[in-house]
Every structure is written in structure tokens, then in C-alpha cells.
Design a protein around this ligand. Structure first.
Ligand SMILES: NC(=O)c1ccc[n+]([C@@H]2O[C@H](COP(=O)([O-])OP(=O)(O)OC[C@H]3O[C@@H](n4cnc5c(N)ncnc54)[C@H](OP(=O)(O)O)[C@@H]3O)[C@@H](O)[C@H]2O)c1
Length: 306
């Protein structure tokens, strides 16, 4: 089994290096080894390795900057993804790709299902949706995992920003009218590996491997259980951090709740980013823990007491 991993230095990519390694020969590529904006070189790389599985964790993720860099966002999140899908179809490889809650407009009351209508409100969301559509249109065997509010010990994310700001500032204002599920890169990587193992094992046992792989192909919401606002999330991080001995100039109850309108940003964010992951749980028999489980783990790992 040969696996080609792209975006190996990102939050999710870094964790995939660990979780995919036991599945077979893993070729882990960072941007230097595989730049998704260089389509010819990318195509040649896939042709050279002819992997059984391509896992694409690379993406243009600068959500606000994307409003200015429209072409670049579409090149990496859509065009390059379409090329990977086409290559996967040619080589009969399985393609794993990640997408986002930003494909939704956030107007729904209740958790989003995979079957709900998409309506992205930002360039980033539109470029990620185009990537999803190109994969589906290619006819390759694929898994698209839509996730949200990703965090990890490696990389920049909201939880780490809150830790830094709590140590520096006496006041903190955080948006309280956007809801979602903070999801750990570790969880995403572990679930990816589990799903691949299930599919590959069943394919090897089955008389009809292609049909079986095609049965599993599609979009799955991959998020931790539960939901929270950014404001509640910030309070949780600071409370836990204080209990672990982090320096904090601010108490959790002193974090001020503000509205999205009070904190305007170039790209629009969905007010409701909550996604229902029961299709994933049901199909692959996977348990998705509460978001707090991995946030606790992150803080313990970063803790001065650790
Ligand atoms: N972060 C979130 O909150 C979030 C939420 C929902 C969905 N997602 C999706 O989840 C996936 C993983 O996200 P993440 O949080 O791991 O993102 P990340 O930490 O920003 O990592 C993205 C990686 O992509 C690489 N990259 C960017 N442009 C590239 C290019 N032209 N060629 C090759 N590599 C390139 C970056 O390389 P460098 O290290 O060189 O910059 C980085 O390592 C993405 O598909 C993202 O859209 C993320």
C-alpha cells in the first residue's frame, strides 16, 4: 500500500503523518515537495508515485486574505483539487480530501446534514465548494471530510491565540453569536486512518472491490460532538488554562461577549457552523468524542506543568 500525503506541515497534515504511517509506505510532501499551485509538477508527482491513496491536507486557508487573492484561492482549493481527482481516477487511487463548514451560509437552525443545500458566503467557502464539486464530477473513489474550527498543538489556531492574549491583556472581547464544534487535527487524522483501514480491509476481502469503494465514496461531516460559541470556547480555554498553571491576566467570566457586527472582518463567517456527523459514525462505526476532550488534551500538552 502506497499513500501520498500533501500538505504534510499543516495542522491536519502533521497529524496525518503519524496516523497514516502504519497503513503502508507513506510519502509525506510539504509545500516544498509538492506545491499545489504548480499543476504540471503536481501531475508528474502523482504519475511518478502512482499511489493507492492520495490524502490532500494542503489548502489555501487564509480566509480573510482569500477575499483579495481570489485566483490563488481557487487555484489551490479548486483547480489543483480537480487535477488530483482526475489523477486519482486515472490511476484508480482513492482520494481523501478535507472541506469546511464555510460551504454553508449558517442560516439553518439546527445542525447541518451532508444533504443540506450549500451557499458559501466567502471566497474561501466558494473555492472549497468548487473543490468538492470537481472531485464528485471526476468519478474517482473519494472521501471528502467537512470539518470545522480546527486546532492542534502545531500551527496557529483560536485556542492558542486565546492562551497568548490571556497572558498579555486585561480585557478580551470574543464573538458570541457564531456556533460550531472545535475539532482537533488529531481526531481528524485518526478518523481518516480508521475509515481508510475499514475501506481497504473490506475491499481486499470483497469480490467487488471497486463497487465497494464506490459505496463509501462521498461527503462526510467530521466534527467533534457538541457545540459552543467562540465566546464560550474562549472562556473554557482560559478556565482550563488557569487550572493548569498558565499565566493569565484575565478570569474567564471577564471575557466580554460581542456580536459579529461589532467585530467586522473581510470574509463573512457562518453564524451556525454546527454539522451533524452521524452519517460518518453510522457508516464507519466511529465514536466522535465531545470537543472538550481534545481541547483539554491540547492544553495539558502545552501546559507549564506538563
Ligand atoms: N483550520 C480550520 O479551522 C479548518 C476548518 C474547516 C476546514 N478546514 C480544512 O481542513 C484542511 C486542513 O486544514 P489545516 O487546519 O490543517 O490548515 P493549515 O494548518 O493552514 O495547513 C494547510 C497546509 O496547506 C499548505 N499549503 C498552502 N498552500 C499550498 C500550496 N500551494 N501547495 C502546497 N501546500 C500548500 C500549507 O503549507 P505551509 O505550511 O507551507 O504554509 C499548510 O501546511 C484544509 O482542507 C482546510 O480547508 C480547516
Amino acid at each position: 500500500m502506497k499513500l501520498l500525503l500533501l500538505g504534510a506541515n499543516g495542522q491536519v497534515g502533521w497529524e496525518l503523518r503519524r496516523s497514516l504511517a502504519p497503513l503502508g509506505e507513506l510519502i509525506a510532501c510539504d509545500r516544498k515537495l509538492a506545491d499545489l499551485s504548480q499543476l504540471q509538477a503536481l501531475s508528474a508527482l502523482v504519475d511518478r508515485h502512482q499511489p493507492n491513496v492520495i490524502v490532500n491536507a494542503a489548502a489555501y486557508t487564509a480566509v480573510d486574505q482569500a477575499e483579495q487573492e481570489v485566483e490563488q484561492a481557487f487555484l489551490i482549493n479548486a483547480e489543483a483539487v480537480g487535477l488530483l481527482a482526475e489523477k486519482a481516477r486515472q490511476h484508480d487511487s482513492f482520494l481523501v480530501h478535507y472541506s469546511t463548514d464555510y460551504v454553508f451560509d449558517g442560516e439553518k437552525s439546527g445542525a447541518y446534514l451532508e444533504s443540506d443545500a450549500v451557499n458559501p458566503q466567502s471566497i474561501y467557502g466558494k473555492s472549497k465548494l468548487k473543490g468538492e464539486q470537481l472531485i464528485a464530477a471526476s468519478g474517482c473513489k473519494h472521501l471528502i471530510f467537512r470539518t470545522s474550527w480546527v486546532f492542534a498543538t502545531r500551527g496557529n489556531n483560536f485556542a492558542k491565540t486565546m492562551l497568548k492574549l490571556a497572558a498579555q491583556r486585561d480585557t478580551l472581547q470574543v464573538v458570541a453569536d457564531q456556533f460550531g464544534a472545535p475539532t482537533s487535527a488529531e481526531l481528524i487524522a485518526d478518523v481518516t486512518s480508521l475509515c481508510l483501514q475499514r475501506i481497504l480491509t473490506l475491499s481486499q476481502q470483497s469480490m467487488m472491490p471497486d463497487e465497494l469503494s464506490e459505496t463509501f465514496s462521498g461527503i462526510y461531516h467530521l466534527v467533534a460532538a457538541g457545540e459552543v460559541s467562540w465566546h464560550q470556547y474562549a472562556q473554557y480555554v482560559i478556565e482550563k488554562a488557569i487550572s493548569l498553571g498558565f499565566e493569565s491576566r484575565i478570569q474567564p467570566q471577564a471575557v466580554q461577549a460581542i456580536s459579529t457586527a461589532e467585530f467586522p472582518r473581510p470574509a463573512s463567517r457562518p453564524a451556525n457552523s454546527v454539522m451533524n456527523a452521524s452519517k460518518l459514525s453510522r457508516t464507519f462505526d466511529i465514536h466522535l468524542p465531545d470537543w472538550q476532550c481534545y481541547v483539554d488534551r491540547l492544553l495539558e500538552e502545552l501546559s507549564p506543568q506538563f
